[in-house]
Structures are given as structure tokens and as C-alpha cells.
Design a protein around this ligand. Structure first.
Ligand SMILES: [Zn+2]
Length: 100
């Protein structure tokens, strides 16, 4: 059996690319009464838009007053948020995802 050479020689396997490193967004200090639900968010809205690692849902007095339980289930596609707590934090009005 002939060994393939030149153009037809099998190429050596390339080393796998390293995982891209995305540093989590720094947590901002929240005003009194607000806190983060420290659960990772894998996407936002019906199109699963990218959510930067380190972005969390904002809770008010430890509760989630948002209509949607999780950003992954959010139906808001407007891309608009609402500023809460004297314009300290920008959140999705439907799910409470911090978009500041
Ligand atoms: Zn949302």
C-alpha cells in the first residue's frame, strides 16, 4: 500500500483551541434592599441572547417581584430596561436581569 504524500498526505490533527476566557463582570455594590440571586444566567429572552458571565437577577428585599422566574424564560425582546433604586441599577422589567 502506497503512502500518500504531498497534497494528499493526511494533515496532522491540530491542537484543540483553548476555551475562550471571558472574565465575569464585576459585581457592583447594590443599594440597601437590593441583592443578587447568585444563580448563573445562560441566556436572556426567547432568542437566548448572550448574557455576560457575572450578570445576575436583582432581588428586592430578598424577593423576586419579576413576572418571569428566570431570564432564560423571559419573553421581553424590547432590549429596554428600567432604572430602579434612584437610577442605581438597570434591570429587565420582566425578569429582573441586571443590565447596568
Ligand atoms: Zn428579561
Amino acid at each position: 500500500m502506497a503512502t500518500k504524500t504531498g497534497l494528499y498526505a493526511p494533515k496532522p490533527m491540530a491542537a484543540p483551541l483553548p476555551e475562550p476566557r471571558v472574565l465575569p463582570a464585576p459585581l457592583q455594590e447594590l443599594p440597601a434592599g437590593l441583592s443578587y440571586r447568585m444563580e448563573p444566567v445562560t441566556g436572556h429572552g426567547p432568542y437566548r441572547e448572550f448574557v455576560h458571565p457575572g450578570r445576575y437577577v436583582v432581588l428586592i428585599d430578598g424577593q423576586s417581584p419579576w413576572a418571569t422566574a428566570r431570564p432564560e424564560e423571559c419573553l421581553d425582546t424590547t432590549g429596554q430596561g428600567v432604572w430602579i433604586a434612584d437610577d442605581a441599577v438597570l434591570v429587565c422589567l420582566s425578569c429582573g436581569l441586571d443590565c447596568t
